[in-house]
Write a protein that binds this ligand. Structure first.
Ligand SMILES: [Ca+2]
Ligand SMILES: [Ca+2]
Ligand SMILES: [Ca+2]
Ligand SMILES: [Ca+2]
Length: 508
């Protein structure tokens, strides 16, 4: 190669590198994440021509922030300090970004639904984003299609070379210093394509760990770090025994970096299971800031157990066919939410211990488990049928449990171990509101809700409001508080006119 040409190339490369530094749009103060990747046309070009071919594509990001940059001579682009969008699939998510790639004489490419929850690598050097040449600038306009008008335009410069009066570098698509059949062939490669024909780029969630075996799931749980998203592919996974459980993690998330385990496809949720209803927790978490989402849990002695887990969320899970309780918040597990879950077919090993959801511990276990499981919210859950003990058992020693907007089917409540109500409130300051309960002619159920005082100072100030209970008969009470204390208001029972409140219940 001539020295002159080499010098020129180096000069161009340097200016391209300078151009590649990204231009910041609005909100310069925002710190965020990096979006990076590589871009390359798919026609054949030599190493010499590569910097000219790959550099200079304009990359524009629009959404909650706007930024732009250009590719460097390697086709590399990078946006920095991009504010994150929220989680894919979450209705409250903010607007995703749209990335537009353009350059004169290339078909503009638009990449939609760019969600950002961490640094995002859109494409690699080995697998760059494709960009199609051939939508030529005709009279200053690109028409969004690679078609005959582009060929007609190119023909005007056909059979020219650098140095000719006729040569126009803009139409030398492969930058080989001649406009000839190879450039026509570049256009022909994607003839009749329009911008919408580019393949969709699926933006994978960042920090995602995809699992398709039970070993991969357990490894991901064992190694989970703040911000990790353990995404389980559709399938049924039988765990191996670890720490009294089939699947276990003791790792902590953080307030800004929750650890999530979720089904890849909520419409076809992954099933985590144990070996039998005789022993083991199917999923056992002892860390803080977890999110367990859209997973089916079955065939263990207990379904989901949280010990000393705070600020965690169990959302959209289905727990069934377990020996004892379905979901248990235990040993100092506070400020958690259980929402949109279904729990049914519990107590297969022992009916009296087959609660749907269990908050805290019996005072006989307080030496082993921290009793303070406080401020937990159980919301929008569907409990029953065939929950053999209480649908929710709020134990003494707990404070501030909220049970709201749940639906309970009393079929199968067994009467074993005094389980003869939908809910037992044995802690303090629980709020039980806006629930709908169906007794389903189960004569075992004698009260919708009971308040018990297992120890002095507990079972007090529980509030029942806005619930609707279908009790079949006049005899069952809505709230029965033989000890402790309760307030009740705006509860509706069917059939109307039957028993409402009994014992220490203050009502309007
Ligand atoms: Ca065109
Ligand atoms: Ca050429
Ligand atoms: Ca119970
Ligand atoms: Ca009872």
């Amino acid at each position: 190669m001539h020295n002159k040409v080499l010098k020129k190339l180096i000069g161009i490369s340097v200016s391209m590198i300078l151009m590649a530094s990204c231009v910041l749009g609005v909100r310069a103060e925002v710190t965020g994440f990096k979006i990076s990747g590589y871009l390359s046309p798919d026609f054949v070009f030599s190493q010499i021509e590569a910097p000219l071919v790959k550099a200079g594509f304009k990359m524009e990001l629009s959404g909650i922030a706007s930024k732009s940059c250009v590719t460097d001579e390697n086709g590399y682009f990078e946006f920095v300090d991009v504010p994150k969008t929220t989680t894919p699939g979450v209705p409250s998510s903010t607007m995703p970004y749209t990335l537009t790639v353009s350059r004169p004489n290339y078909l503009t490419r638009t990449i939609k639904n760019v969600f950002l929850s961490g640094d995002l690598v859109l494409s690699t050097k080995d697998k760059p984003l494709d960009i199609w040449a051939g939508d030529l600038t005709v009279n200053g306009i690109q028409d969004g299609a690679i078609n005959m008008s582009d060929i007609v335009e190119l023909i005007q410069y056909y059979n020219s070379a650098e140095g000719d009066g006729k040569y126009n570098q803009n139409f030398d698509l492969n930058r080989d210093k001649a406009i000839n059949m190879t450039d026509i062939m570049v256009i022909v490669m994607h003839f009749n394509r329009v911008s919408g024909d580019y393949p969709t780029v699926e933006i994978k969630p960042q920090n995602a760990i995809y699992c398709s075996t039970s070993t991969e799931i357990q490894n991901a749980l064992t190694n989970a770090k703040p911000g990790d998203r353990i995404i389980v592919r559709p399938g049924t996974y039988t765990g191996k025994w670890i720490n009294s459980a089939f699947f276990y993690s003791g790792n902590d998330g953080t307030p800004t970096g929750h650890i999530t385990i979720e089904s890849e496809d909520p419409a076809n949720p992954a099933i985590l299971q144990g070996l039998s209803t005789a022993s083991g927790y199917v999923l056992y978490i002892t860390g803080d800031y977890w999110e367990i989402k859209n997973i089916k849990i079955t065939t263990g002695q207990k379904g989901i157990m949280l010990d000393n887990s705070n600020y965690s969320v169990i959302d959209g899970c289905e727990v069934f066919n377990v020996g004892h309780e379905g979901i248990h918040l235990r040993d100092g597990s506070s400020n958690n939410r259980v929402e949109n879950c279904k729990v049914y077919d519990t107590g297969k090993l022992s009916q009296g211990f087959g609660e749907g959801i269990y908050v805290g511990s019996d005072n006989g276990k307080w030496a082993t488990f921290n009793k303070a499981c406080d401020n937990n919210i159980i919301k929008g859950c569907i409990l029953g049928p065939n929950v053999s003990a209480e649908h929710v058992d709020i134990k003494e020693g707990t404070v501030g449990t909220v049970i709201e907007n749940c639906t309970m089917d009393g079929t199968g409540i067994s009467g074993q171990n005094y389980a003869d109500s939908f809910i037992d409130a044995k802690g303090n300051n629980a709020v039980i509101r806006f629930n709908i309960c169906y007794r389903k002619s189960n004569d075992i159920i004698v009260d919708a809700f009971q308040v018990h005082q297992q120890l002095d100072g507990w079972g007090v100030s529980n509030n029942f409001t806005g619930n609707t209970v279908y009790l079949d008969l006049a005899a069952p009470y809505v709230v029965n508080a033989p000890a402790g204390s309760a307030k009740a208001s705006n509860n509706t029972r069917y059939p109307a006119g039957g028993n409402m409140y009994k014992g220490n219940v203050v009502y309007d």
